[in-house]
Design a protein around this ligand. Structure first.
Ligand SMILES: Nc1ncnc2c1ncn2[C@@H]1O[C@H](COP(=O)(O)OP(=O)(O)OP(=O)(O)O)[C@@H](O)[C@H]1O
Ligand SMILES: [Mg+2]
Length: 148
């Protein structure tokens, strides 16, 4: 586990970029947990930068999924409204694409679909511009975090 405190959205974006650059390639699913406005989409902007995505990443709240093209395909899922949409949506296809990179906001909606290997990032609102960002992985092999 590694924790950071960021003092601006720019710092959170930079952290997202550093995370994706440090990640070993077998880690390509990131679960983002945190309240509304805790910074999940902001962190995803940095992840997209790290993946070489040129277009602007914004909140997919009303679309569930947005796909961006970078070094890998970035699948950005926001499952906050999953219950309204129903479960006929084929999420496995994205989560299991080894050539893709998947970021999931509100992953508790699809617990059954979460792969065995993932990065979990919890964001907590501390103050207007301050966030606590805690990173863990599904396995103990997290030496890559030392390079963050
Ligand atoms: N240190 C910080 N890190 C991230 N965002 C910050 C920070 N300080 C201020 N902010 C602001 O907080 C807001 C975070 O919004 P964001 O959309 O990233 O949250 P979210 O967790 O994705 O919310 P939602 O659950 O509604 O999708 C943005 O307006 C951002 O500019
Ligand atoms: Mg969001």
């Amino acid at each position: 586990m590694k924790s950071f405190i960021t003092n601006s959205s720019e710092e959170t974006i930079l952290l997202g970029k550093r995370i994706v650059e440090a990640l070993p390639s077998y880690l390509h699913v990131i679960l983002l947990e945190g309240d509304l406005s805790s910074g999940k989409t902001t962190l995803t902007k940095g992840i997209a930068l790290g993946l070489g995505v040129k277009s602007v990443v914004n909140s997919p709240t009303f679309t569930i999924l947005k796909i961006y093209k970078g070094i890998k395909m970035l699948y950005h899922l926001d499952l906050y409204r999953m219950d309204n949409i129903g479960h006929d949506f084929d999420l496995e296809e994205y989560i299991e694409d080894p050539m893709g990179f998947t970021v999931i906001e509100w992953p508790n909606q699809v617990e059954a679909l979460i792969p065995k290997v993932y990065v979990h990032i919890k964001l907590t609102y501390l103050d207007l511009d301050k966030r606590l960002i805690e990173i863990t992985t599904s396995n103990a092999l997290d030496e890559w975090m030392n390079t963050l």
